[in-house]
Design a protein around this ligand. Structure first.
Ligand SMILES: Cc1cc2nc3c(=O)[nH]c(=O)nc-3n(C[C@H](O)[C@H](O)[C@H](O)COP(=O)(O)OP(=O)(O)OC[C@H]3O[C@@H](n4cnc5c(N)ncnc54)[C@H](O)[C@@H]3O)c2cc1C
Length: 472
C-alpha cells in the first residue's frame, strides 16, 4: 500500500516532526550505501526516540502493510540497510536511541540502547574499568544494534568471539509491533530455545533490536603489538599456533597483510610507511594482551618472536615501542580497504575456511584468478586467526572499472566454489543483505534454507521486515 498523507501524519505524530524525514536532501545520508552498489528510494525516514515509539511505528506500518528497513550506522557492506528503488519502504533509523541504560561491573555486563555507537559502548565500559572487546574499523559510526543484526566480527574474535558470543539478552520489537523483553543478564539460562540468537545475524529480517545486554571483560593491563614479516604464507598458521600455545592464549589479534596491500597503503595513505628495510611477501600484525599484572606479556611476546626468528618462521619483526607506534602499525592494516579504492574496482569476497586451510585457500584462489581473470590482482588480507580472509581482487592496472566490476558474479562463483570445497563460508562476517541472496540460494544447504524460510514466515508472515534481504 502507498504511504498516504494520513499515515505520514500519524507516523510524524509518533516520533515528532524533526525525526520524520521526507525532504530529499535530508534523506540522502540514509540512502547512501557504503559500497555504492545500491541507489534506492525510501518513502520516509523515521528516527524514533524510544522502544515504545518503535513499537507504535511497527504496529501502524503492519496494519497498513508498509515494509520497514531497520537501519543502524549504515556502515554494512552487503546492502542490508539499503532500500529498494520503488520508494515503498520506510527506513527506521535507531540513531536517536543511544543511551547506556545500565552497567553492572560486578556482573560484567552493560545494558545499552541499540542505537549506541560501538566506540561509545567501548568507552562506557572502559570508564568502569572493563573491556567491551568488539572492535572494527567502522566502530566510530556503526551501532550496537547493527553489530548484533549482522553478527559482526572484527579484530578480537580470536580471543573474545563475535557479536553473537558477546550478547546475553535482547529487547526486540517484533514484526507485529509487540515488544519482546529478553533483557536478561544471566550467564546461565537454559529455559528452552535461545531466542536471542534468532535475531543476531538476522539482519533486521525478523524484528528490530532496540536494546541489548552485553558481556564485559577485565580491561587488559598490558598489550604488545608487532608486525612480523614472513617469507612463506604457510608459516603464518604455524606462527599463530605457536603464539597461542606459548602465550597461554593471550593472542587477541592475528591479521594477515600481503605485500601488494602494504604497497598500496604506502602509495595512497597519508603517513603510512613500510617499517622494514626490504620487501617481504607476507606480513602478520599480531597483538597479545593480558589483564594479569603478574604475567609480563611483553617478555613472552619478545621471546616468541626471537625463537621464531631463529627458526626461520619469521624473516623480520617490528615491535611497537609506544602507543603511537602501535597505532601506525594498525593503520597499515585498517587502511587496506581504502588504499584499494585508489587502485580502481575491487571485487570482494568475505570468506572463511578452517584456519589450517587458509594458506591452501589463498594459493588455490590466486591460481584460479590468474587462470580465469588474467591481470586481476588478489589482495588477500584480514582475520587469519579466525580463518576469515577478505579475498578482494583489484582490477588489472589500467582496465575499465565498470567492465571489470561486471565480472563480480562470475568471479564470486570461481572463488566461492573453492571455499565450498573446503567446507568454508561465502560470508564470514559481513552478512548477506541484498548482495549475497543469490549466493545463499546457490551454496546454502537446502534443508537449512528451508528452515530459515519457515522461521521467517512464522515470525514475519506478511514479509514486512526488511524484505528481500537474507532469504527471498
Ligand atoms: C571501514 C569498515 C570496516 C568494517 N570492518 C568490519 C569488520 O572488521 N567486521 C565486520 O563484521 N564488519 C565490518 N564492517 C561492516 C559493518 O561495519 C558491520 O556490518 C556493522 O556491524 C554494521 O553496523 P551498522 O550499525 O552500520 O548497521 P547497518 O549498516 O545500519 O545495518 C546492517 C544490517 O543490520 C540491520 N540492522 C541495523 N540495526 C538494526 C537493529 N537495531 N535491529 C535490527 N536490524 C538492524 C539492517 O537492516 C541491515 O540489514 C566494516 C565496515 C566498514 C565501512
Amino acid at each position: 500500500m502507498p504511504l498516504d498523507q494520513t499515515l505520514r501524519d500519524r507516523l510524524a505524530d509518533i516520533v515528532g516532526a524533526a525525526a520524520c524525514i521526507s525532504d530529499a536532501a535530508a534523506m540522502a545520508p540514509y540512502l547512501h550505501e557504503e559500497r555504492g552498489l545500491y541507489h534506492g528510494k525510501a518513502a520516509l525516514v523515521l528516527r524514533p526516540g524510544s522502544t515504545a515509539e518503535v513499537a507504535k511505528i511497527v504496529q501502524l506500518c503492519a496494519a497498513a502493510r508498509i515494509p520497514i528497513v531497520p537501519q543502524g550506522g549504515n556502515t554494512g557492506l552487503c546492502g542490508g540497510a539499503a532500500v529498494h528503488e520503488d520508494a515503498s519502504e520506510v527506513i527506521l533509523n535507531l540513531g536517536r536511541m543511544n543511551k547506556v541504560r545500565a552497567i553492572d561491573p560486578l556482573n560484567f555486563t552493560i545494558t545499552v540502547d541499540a542505537g549506541c555507537i560501538l566506540s561509545d559502548v567501548q568507552d562506557a565500559a572502559d570508564e568502569r574499568g572493563c573491556l567491551f572487546p568488539l572492535s572494527l574499523a567502522a566502530e566510530g559510526s556503526c551501532q550496537i544494534g547493527g553489530n548484533l543484526a549482522t553478527n559482526a566480527g572484527g579484530i578480537n574474535v580470536l580471543r573474545y568471539g563475535n557479536a553473537r558470543d558477546l550478547v546475553l539478552g535482547l529487547e526486540v520489537v517484533l514484526p507485529d509491533g509487540r515488544i519482546w523483553n529478553g533483557l536478561r543478564a544471566l550467564g546461565k539460562d537454559n529455559t528452552g530455545y535461545a531466542l536471542r540468537h534468532l535475531f543476531v545475524g538476522a539482519e533486521g529480517t525478523l524484528g528490530i533490536i532496540t536494546a541489548a545486554v552485553l558481556k564485559l571483560f577485565p580491561r587488559p593491563t598490558e598489550t604488545a603489538t608487532a608486525l612480523c614479516a614472513l617469507d612463506k604464507l604457510e608459516d603464518a598458521g604455524k606462527l599463530l599456533n605457536r603464539a597461542r600455545a606459548l602465550s597461554g592464549d593471550a593472542v587477541t589479534a592475528f591479521e594477515l597483510i600481503p605485500r601488494i596491500g602494504l604497497e598500496m597503503c604506502v602509495k595512497h595513505i597519508a603517513g603510512a610507511s613500510d617499517p622494514f628495510g626490504a620487501p617481504h611477501p607476507w606480513y602478520v600484525l599480531t597483538e597479545f594482551s593480558t589483564s594479569r599484572p603478574d604475567v609480563p606479556v611483553r617478555a613472552s611476546f619478545e621471546a616468541l618472536l626471537e625463537r621464531s626468528f631463529e627458526e626461520g618462521l619469521i624473516a623480520d619483526a617490528v615491535v611497537a615501542e609506544s602507543g603511537e607506534q602501535e597505532k601506525s602499525l594498525w593503520k597499515l592494516r585498517e587502511s587496506l580497504p581504502e588504499a584499494q579504492k585508489y587502485e580502481g574496482g575491487s571485487i570482494k569476497h568475505d570468506v572463511s575456511v578452517p584456519v589450517s586451510r587458509v594458506a591452501d585457500f589463498i594459493t588455490q584462489g590466486t591460481a584460479a584468478i590468474a587462470q580465469h581473470f588474467p591481470g586481476a590482482r588478489p589482495v588477500p588480507f584480514g582475520h587469519l586467526g579466525d580463518g576469515n580472509i577478505h579475498f578482494n581482487i583489484s582490477q588489472p592496472v589500467g582496465a575499465d572499472k565498470a567492465a571489470y566490476l561486471a565480472k563480480w558474479e562470475e568471479m564470486n562463483r570461481v572463488v566461492h566454489d573453492i571455499v565450498a570445497r573446503m567446507d568454508g563460508s561465502f560470508s564470514a562476517e559481513h552478512g548477506i543483505g541484498m548482495l549475497k541472496v543469490n549466493e545463499m540460494k546457490h551454496y546454502k544447504d537446502p534443508v537449512e534454507l528451508d528452515l530459515m524460510r519457515k522461521l521467517k514466515r512464522a515470525i514475519d508472515p506478511a514479509n514486512l521486515m526488511n524484505p528481500g534481504k537474507v532469504v527471498d
